[in-house]
Write a protein that binds this ligand. Structure first.
Ligand code: F6P
Length: 327
């Protein structure tokens, strides 16, 4: 065990994700278990720069394993992108004698920490906290399972009303550059078509697919659209379809930020707990400058070079499954 690491600080950064609290709890309790001091930094990098840092103990994280959001709050920080901002953050950590960091966040958080490590040498491990499931080298990110379940629940409700009125619904789900939520909520929710950022979806092909369903006696249809797709916004897609296929009664629903909230599923709680404890133990064993994840149910440490500008590819099998099931 690395005896040099005596004080660790934990923070959450970027878009919040259900399960972040379970991750914070795991980090704090693992530090207490291994007799290290633990600090919490509020509002991610913003709080690091503003010195918004508190000492924590095992009881600071009581009753949070089941709660959505993050008790440490989160932010996207422009100041941390500047050299001056990062120097201020370093001075604040140094003043408190903080030796190592554990972050919970996505791609942007990892990018910031990697740079910070190169400049100031503070060891860190990042936990993948984002509903997007867009991090390569691992199977799932913290929050993705909960968000997808939330999307499926909403899609099921929309199906009820769609069927009552024989309507065609376009439902937009989150996933800035990633179709994971769309593909799997689409499969689970019985979508006739799924539009994702990773592939092209020509409007004529989309209409042909919906038409096949209608000819096969489908009374209503749901199309799940990931935000940020190549075909434009869900409104744009719906408008184009309405123009070319005016015989459909079309409605649009955007699920938006409701996918980011709510109690984490058991899966996200266990994932975050495993990763939080392993991150602390990893730091104490001398591991640093990595994103920690789970692949094939084993803990893995993914270096920045494997994440930077890389995608977490969608399984061809999932796309084929969606195709077969939507006839
Ligand atoms: O990265 C997570 C995510 O929820 C994306 O799916 C979404 O595009 C984005 O964050 C929204 O960010 P914000 O809450 O800052 O608008």
């Amino acid at each position: 065990m690395n005896e040099k690491i005596k004080r660790i600080a934990v923070f959450t950064s970027g878009g919040d994700a259900p399960g972040m609290n379970a991750g914070i709890r795991a980090v704090v309790r693992a530090c207490v278990y291994h007799q290290r001091e633990i600090y919490g930094i509020f509002r991610g990098y913003e709080g690091m720069i503003d010195n918004d840092i508190v000492k924590m103990d095992a009881r600071s994280v009581s009753n949070i394993v089941q709660r959505g959001g993050t008790i440490l709050k989160s932010a996207r920080s422009d100041k941390f992108r500047t050299t001056e901002g990062r120097k201020l953050a370093f001075d604040n950590l140094k003043e408190r004698g903080i030796d190592a960091l554990v972050a919970i966040g996505g791609n942007g958080t990892f990018t910031g920490l990697h740079l910070f490590y190169k400049e100031f040498g503070i060891p860190y491990i990042c936990l993948p906290g984002t509903i997007d499931n867009d991090l390569p080298g691992m199977d799932y990110t913290i929050g993705y399972d909960t968000a997808t379940n939330t999307a499926v629940e909403a899609i099921d409700k929309i199906r009820d009303t769609a069927l009552s009125h024989n309507r065609l619904f376009f439902i937009e789900v989150m996933g800035r550059h990633s179709g994971y939520i769309a593909v799997n909520s689409g499969i689970a929710g019985g979508a006739v078509a799924i539009v994702i950022p990773e592939t092209e979806t020509p409007i004529d092909e989309l209409i042909a697919k919906i038409d096949v369903g209608a000819k096969n006696n489908k009374k209503s249809s749901l199309v799940v659209v990931a935000e940020g797709g190549k075909s434009g916004s869900v409104w744009k897609i719906a408008k184009q379809v309405r123009k070319k296929a005016p015989y459909y009664d079309i409605k649009v629903t955007i699920l938006g930020h409701l996918q980011r909230g709510g109690a984490p599923t058991y899966f996200d709680r266990v994932l975050a707990s495993r990763l939080g404890v392993s991150a602390v133990e990893g730091l104490l064993e001398g591991i640093s400058d990595v994103m920690i994840g789970i692949k094939d149910n084993k803990i893995v440490h993914v270096p920045f070079s494997e994440v930077d500008n890389k995608r977490h590819e969608i399984d061809e099998e999932a796309l084929q499954l969606a195709k077969i099931l939507s006839i």
